[in-house]
Design a protein around this ligand. Structure first.
Ligand code: BES
Ligand code: ZN
Length: 655
């Protein structure tokens, strides 16, 4: 029974002033007849030790949870029942969970039956003696959502919550068939990082808190469910079972539902995609198994069993997401020539840096992303040679320079002070590229002979744990900084890297000879001394093309762009990195022949990395009205995260 109906039933015969008084009493939480089953007034709740979560794991910690989900495309909601097994260090403390926009209808508690083995039972279907719980939802915080406190009476150690997600849940995107590759079935996928898991299941949503999980997911006909877990047979058509026996933080719990098929690449690796793109995707990612072997050679065994990649529809707001066992990836990396697979190397590398050893809070994101970019380039080097890895490093250094130009001094530190901001907003190339550059600096000063075993030990010593920047400082001081440096190599001032803006003056400068050859022709081309047809492009790789386009100066005459396009059909490029770069240049130089392609791109692709600079360029070119018109049409097809970034950029919500 809900609060309102109880209040109405008891107050119908009362005078108006008495009713108002009662209502006030209800509002301050002094209910005349306490009913344990419904929430009292929203309380102000304060975040726990992680400023982005209400969880207090030192008091009560979720060890395992079982999810039972029903996927309803018609209402764009998940109907969920979650059963959480908790460990109680503080007998009086409630279980504190994170939620966002969840419609919670029931909260129950129970003592786990004596015979129950939490590790091996499917909690999603556990039988226990449930009784109603006393629970409380906190006030809505713009970034954090709502804390949920569940009182744990006596010796209960199971909590069961029945809920429904909101159609606009920030961690889910519901796609119509027209937004998929095959256009036949709807599609649903989750994106939980950084703090969106709470929008599709109540959880302790901090990267420093790990749990194992199992799940059963009911879906309509003609689609299947996948999760970041091992599948098991439920014996019921349309119901998919999953179990994850390695403890992971909530941001790595992932779900996808669609018309999906599988093709193997190696013994442990494979691709999931819609049928029409499966063959192309499998061809593109053919090197996955070799990549896996390469990382294992450097940083120890792969601990997650299988490594598969799921190709999502183009609305996916990121390039990739390292959901364990099952990376989620944008289709925009399928170029036909395997030129953009460094993204796969990146997500695979997260199986060590991030998933095995996880940043304790989002302020330590560089420990995930900086390490991963460094590992990614080691993988690329080992598969394709130093030159290709160096080119990636130079492009990354350019991205970092742009980030420094845009960010305030405090946001240029590796150790971030997010100070109440949404961690999505603290996301910049600093964690990625400055972080990777710090590891490169350490590598260059101490040599790979010392640095490789150091990183291996970092992963082994912290496996399935969470790490802070302070722990990294201590570990480096103990195991690396005291070792002999290579001749003429600088000492590393960790403090400057971690807590100062910009880069120390002696930081490494990535160079790629393959780019320097390109630099030589940019000037002559821009000045008109070299025709487009005269550019030595025959052997240019997509990375070299990207570098060439980025190197074109602001003053480049639009006639030069037209010549380039006529010769190389850049407006029709099938490489989405090159296309996005070209479209941005076109806007910046008012090359209007690319307008139609730009509009098509903005309507089709939801990857934020591409959209933000493109819409930004339109604004700067004084084409704000046009940008808002295009956005208004494309917005319903974008992910909630992309929608909200663009709402902010383009000023005010337009529908
Ligand atoms: N884990 C990130 C994506 C992410 C980070 C999502 C923070 C939400 C919050 C993923 O591994 C990633 O870094 N993706 C990059 C690609 C990579 C090659 C730099 C992306 O999506 O562009
Ligand atoms: Zn990453």
């Amino acid at each position: 029974m809900g609060l309102t109906s109880a209040a109405q039933a008891g107050t119908s015969a009362l005078t108006v002033p008495t009713r108002i008084l009662l209502l006030l009493l209800l509002l301050v939480g002094c209910r005349p007849t306490p009913e344990p089953t419904f929430p009292t007034t929203p309380q102000i709740m304060t975040a726990g030790p992680d400023e982005h979560s209400y969880a207090r794991a030192a008091e009560v910690r979720v060890r395992h949870f079982g999810l039972s989900l029903e996927v309803d495309f018609a209402t764009r909601t998940l109907l969920g029942v979650i059963t959480l097994a908790v460990e109680r260090a503080d007998a009086r403390a409630p279980l504190r969970l994170d939620t966002r926009a969840l419609d919670i209808s029931r909260v129950e508690i129970a003592r786990a039956p004596a015979a129950l083995q939490i590790e091996s039972t499917h909690l999603a279907a556990v039988e226990a003696l449930w009784s109603p719980a006393r629970w409380n939802l906190g006030a809505v915080d713009e970034h954090l959502g709502q804390g949920l406190a569940v009182e744990l009476e006596g010796d209960v150690d199971l909590v069961r919550i029945t809920y429904r997600t909101a159609p606009e849940a920030s961690g889910l995107q519901w796609l119509a068939p027209a937004q998929t590759a095959d256009r036949t079935q709807p599609f649903l996928y989750s994106q939980s990082q950084a703090i969106h898991a709470r929008s599709w299941f109540p959880c302790q949503d901090s990267p420093g808190i790990r749990a194992t999980y199992d799940a059963v997911v009911r879906v309509p006909p003609n689609v299947r469910a996948l999760m970041s877990a091992d599948p098991f047979e439920t014996g019921t058509a349309g119901t998919y079972g999953f179990e994850m026996r390695q403890a992971i933080p909530a941001y790595l719990v992932a779900l996808a539902v669609g018309r999906l098929e599988f093709a193997a690449i190696g013994d442990r690796t494979g691709v999931w995609a819609e049928p029409s793109i499966l063959a192309t995707a499998t061809h593109e990612f053919a090197d996955m198994e070799r990549m896996l072997v390469a990382v294992e050679g450097l940083y120890g065994p792969y601990r997650w069993g299988r490594y598969d990649v799921l190709v999502l529809p183009p609305a996916f707001p990121f390039g990739g997401m390292e959901n364990p066992k099952l990376t989620f990836a944008t289709p925009t990396i399928i170029a036909g020539d395997r030129s953009l697979v460094s993204l796969i190397a990146h997500e695979l590398a997260h199986s060590w840096s991030g998933n095995l050893v996880t940043n304790a809070t989002w302020a330590d994101l560089w420990l995930n992303e900086g390490f991963t970019v460094y590992l990614e380039r080691r993988i690329i080097e080992s598969l394709f040679g130093r030159e290709r890895a160096d080119m990636d490093a130079v492009l990354g250094r350019q991205d970092l320079a742009e980030a420094f130009a845009e960010l305030g001094a405090d946001d240029q530190h590796l150790r971030l002070a997010l100070g109440g901001r949404n961690p999505d907003d603290g996301l910049s190339d600093v964690a990625y590229e400055k972080g990777a550059l710090l590891l490169l600096a350490l590598e260059e000063s101490y040599g790979r002979k010392a640095f490789d075993p150091f990183l291996l030990a970092w992963f082994e010593d912290h496996a399935f744990g969470s790490v802070t920047t302070a722990e990294f400082e201590a570990f480096a001081a103990k195991h690396l900084l005291g070792q002999p440096r290579l001749p003429n190599k600088p000492a590393i001032d960790l403090g400057a890297w971690l807590d100062k803006p910009g880069l120390p003056s002696d930081s490494p400068v990535p160079r790629a000879e393959a780019f320097e050859r390109i630099d030589g022709v940019v000037g002559p081309f821009v000045r008109g001394e070299l025709a487009a047809a005269g550019l030595p492009t025959a052997k240019w790789t997509p990375q070299q093309w990207l570098h060439f386009l980025r190197a074109l100066p602001k003053e480049t005459d639009v006639a030069r762009l037209r010549a380039l396009d006529e010769r190389f059909a850049l407006t029709d490029s099938g490489n989405q990195e090159i296309l996005a770069q070209w479209l941005e240049i076109s806007v910046r130089h008012d090359y209007r022949a690319a307008d139609a392609a730009l509009e098509r791109f903005l309507a089709r692709v939801g990857r934020r990395k591409f959209l933000m600079p493109l819409y930004g360029a339109l604004l700067e070119a004084g084409r704000g009205d046009e940008a808002r018109r295009i956005f208004a049409r494309a917005r319903p097809g974008y992910h909630p995260i992309t929608q909200s970034s663009l709402d902010t950029l383009l000023g005010g919500r337009k529908k």
